[in-house]
Design a binder for this molecule. Structure first.
Ligand SMILES: Nc1ncnc2c1ncn2[C@@H]1O[C@H](COP(=O)(O)OP(=O)(O)OP(=O)(O)O)[C@@H](O)[C@H]1O
Ligand SMILES: [Mg+2]
Length: 248
């Protein structure tokens, strides 16, 4: 069964078709990678699916229900979580406070100036557990802005998963971090997305081939291919594009 489907999805910026009829099928429980050259439309596709941008045309179904045009917070409540290509953690808040925001949202605790969030023991417990699972417990009291870049990416993933979404969408989680940090981040992603559906945008082919059950190739806003990793690996376009010999 498909947890997410887009049909003939269009998105244009003043006449420039950034998404040009994207048909995407994400199966429940799979880890699915979206790859493609810079400017292919990958982040835009995430922005349209998760409600940051309104599609110009086409349909988006999550668990069989039409969601196109819904707001990000509505989609989050329905079970869609995401992380951002550009780190979006709150730099001045501690790691614990960052993670707690997600837990509060999951538990539907609304902001109330008279309630003392520090006294909500269940929320504190749950936040600590999430930080432990994300290997961030030791940094809990540190402002997020002081974390190493790799740890900040881990916090970003932790935030995407804090609301316990069924579908989690990660936009280049390993961008800009070292090989060693990438290895541990991949293991973290694998662990945290067990029993979930994940869609990941990624340029690092080692990460793609170690995580993905299936891969979609996006190019100039169109799906060029969608298949198992071993098929995509031998696709002439992918070979050329990622060996750098193709004009894109
Ligand atoms: N806010 C915007 N206004 C105008 N054009 C935009 C905007 N955001 C993206 N674009 C254009 O849309 C196209 C797709 O951009 P997008 O960021 O989705 O690509 P991408 O595949 O995520 O690339 P990358 O791998 O570099 O992250 C590009 O041509 C880009 O210039
Ligand atoms: Mg992008």
């Amino acid at each position: 069964m498909n947890i997410l489907e887009t049909k003939d999805l269009l998105f244009d910026y003043s006449g420039h078709k950034v998404l040009n009829g994207v048909n995407l099928e994400i199966r429940e429980g799979e880890r699915h990678a979206v790859i493609g050259p810079n400017g292919a439309g990958k982040t835009t596709l995430f922005n349209v699916i998760t409600g940051s941008y309104k599609p110009s045309a086409g349909s988006i179904k999550f668990q069989g229900r039409e969601i196109s045009g819904m707001k990000p917070y509505q989609l989050n409540r329905m079970g869609v979580g995401r992380s951002f290509q550009i780190t979006s953690t709150f730099a001045k808040q501690t790691v614990f406070q960052n993670a707690r925001m997600g837990i509060l949202s999951k538990r539907k605790v609304r902001f109330n100036p008279f309630s003392k969030v520090d006294k909500m023991h269940k929320i504190t417990e749950e936040t600590n557990l999430l930080l432990e699972q994300s290997n961030l417990a030791e940094s809990a009291d540190m402002p997020a802005g002081l974390l190493s870049y790799g740890k900040n990416r881990a916090l970003e993933i932790c935030l995407a998963l804090s609301t316990d979404p069924q579908l989690v969408m990660l936009d280049e989680p390993t961008a800009g971090i070292s090989k060693d940090e990438t290895k541990s981040l991949v293991e973290l992603i694998r662990k945290l997305t067990e029993n979930k559906t994940m869609v990941i945008i990624e340029h690092d082919m080692d990460v793609v081939f170690s995580l993905a059950d299936r891969i979609t190739v996006l190019h100039h806003g169109e799906v060029l291919a969608c298949d198992a990793p071993e098929v995509i690996k031998n696709d002439p376009f992918v070979k050329q594009a990622y060996l750098g010999t193709l004009e894109v």
